[in-house]
Design a protein around this ligand. Sequence first.
Ligand SMILES: *Cc1c(COP(=O)(O)O)cnc(C)c1O
Length: 358
Amino acid sequence: MTPGPTEVPEPVRQAMGEPTPNPDLEPEFFEFYRSLTDKLETVYGAGDETGGDDRDVVVLGGEGILGLEAAVASLVGPGDRVLCLSNGLYGDGFTDFVENYGGEAVVSEVPWRETLDGNVVADAIDRGGEFDVATMVHCETPTGSLNDLEGILDVLEDRNVLSIVDAVSSLGGTPVPTGQIDVCIGASQKCLSAPPGLTTCAVSDRAWRCMESVNNPSLYADLEPWRTAAEEEWFPYTHLASNLYGLDAAVDLLLEEGLEDVFARHEEAAATCRSRAADLGLEPYPTSEADCSPTVTALAVEGRATELQQAVLEDHDVLLATGLGDLEDDVLRIGHMGHNARVDRVERTMDALADVLG
Ligand SMILES: *Cc1c(COP(=O)(O)O)cnc(C)c1O
């Protein structure tokens, strides 16, 4: 019950055991890849049939971090000014990528117990001058908060700033405003409940055009070749065929259940988790309950996270996560994402936590 990697259901594991094709040479494989990216467009709410603004989805062979790096490497060149919005560890982390690729990172931050706000962003732009790109995180997994991005994306659209959004721990668990985002990053091992190894990017036309003028020094972390890969049937490197089979089965499960029902299942699991926590006298880390993510609950446990994590694992065989960085011992995290976003699993987890606290 951690906030990723999540439990991988049986049909996904079976799909990974299918005979391995040659992903560079078999035409059927490209056909399969195109059908997978079409389905992912639906998950992103970015397909033609969903009525959202059109975005192209590409799948890269690598963990979620590759998607974050590829987005920055592909859009940020030397001297570009990037507004890094932050209310947490992943938000801060974008500055490293930006600086590695020669960009100037300007951080606009709010306290970690709060969420990003469109007015703060407008102020930062008005004070800080022109920006080429802005980066932000949808669900800050380490602190369990979900940023409401629509107002911020309106401001950025208005000021003609490209947006990069890390939606790794929200995509497939709660609606993501992909239609307003230039590069929106997901990963296989969170709400999609496939094993780690793949990252997905939904890319706008405007972002593809911008990449033409950025000289990206990285070969592996480059989105541009993927613009035409499916059509021209040429991948920049041998694709992770078995992982793609697994992801395809995972996406099928999601679409068969129906996205609305999947999102409702996450909301219900999260509400159960918070209410059971309240019964135990535990508060969420985010100040406002409205900011809590439906995919992960972070509880403020002042100095007890590691001890509780170990006891719950030893006594009840349930794995939880602690906080990260400075918050390691002060935050206990319960993932209810993907296959694990089920009330019965949350109940069992909270029974275990109740027993240990008792
Ligand atoms: C999981 C996650 C990533 C990917 O990072 P890993 O911890 O290496 O899997 C990126 N961003 C967010 C918000 C995540 O939760």
